[in-house]
Write a protein that binds this ligand. Sequence first.
Ligand SMILES: [Zn+2]
Length: 324
Amino acid sequence: MLAAALLLSSVFCYGWGFFGHKLVHQLAIYNLPKELERFYFKYQDYIVSNAPRPDERRNDDPAEAPRHFIDIDVYGPDAVHTMPEAWKAAAAKYSADTLLKYGIVPWHVMVMKERLTNAFRQKNVDSILYYSADLGHYIADAHVPLHTTQNYDGQMTGQRGLHSLWESKVPEMFAGTYKLRPGKARYLPDAEKEIWKIVRDSYALTPQTLALEQEASRNFTDETKYDRVERNGKIRQYYSDAFAKAYQEKIASMVEQRLNAAAQEVASFWYTCWVDGGKPDLDALMQQPLTRAEKKALRKEKKAYIRGQLFEKGMIIANKKPAS
Ligand SMILES: [Zn+2]
């Protein structure tokens, strides 16, 4: 069962893994202002279960892949500070084809932000939900350090598999020990600046992300560092649980902080789109207002969230089996 899960996560994950993306969206909902919270809670299952959807699209849509990352160091060691933030200026400097080749996540976040804002303006519930889920995904991806470098899987430094270790295995194993309390949603007067700040913060963490793997490796042999799994007649290797634990100890709160930051930014972008879209009355847009039972469930979940008990109370939606 564990081996199957590892294979799946390594085949399908391109950012936080399914678990991390769902967790980010769930936490974002608890940090929305009242005017948005009821609506997002009403549709919580949709928002959370569709958090990984853009990754699934990559299998069928060739245009999808570059939306999840930016290999900013391709443009030089200081490019994260010198890259023009606006798409037009960046494309004039490097050509749109080049930008597409090395990833466009900050610019795609701005496209999604515009679409979500329009959905609020048009009071279109289906579009609000659809673009909320997608926008949240790309914002969360931009929080992953290895989504900002050409050495995205440690493949240039003999650390292949690091991508999935950092964004899937470590959060899946240790999120229950993290303090998951993102800050409240803030209005973003300049969302473009904000997404570039996120990319810079992520990029600043890439040296540690890579170096701490090497530090942790000193106490391991190849046999203890990796698990080997046979798949389609090929042997694949994945970081072992013991190594994941050693790596988590080295990186300390890094993944916890990026999860929290991602959830706060997702909530902030949703809130900003709602404000910019004319602050439509979301209670009036719901087909049915929250029932008494739903209101009670929201209060219970928020209480558990504030006390840091979501895991122990079995309220992490990503851990729940889908209803059959
Ligand atoms: Zn992704």
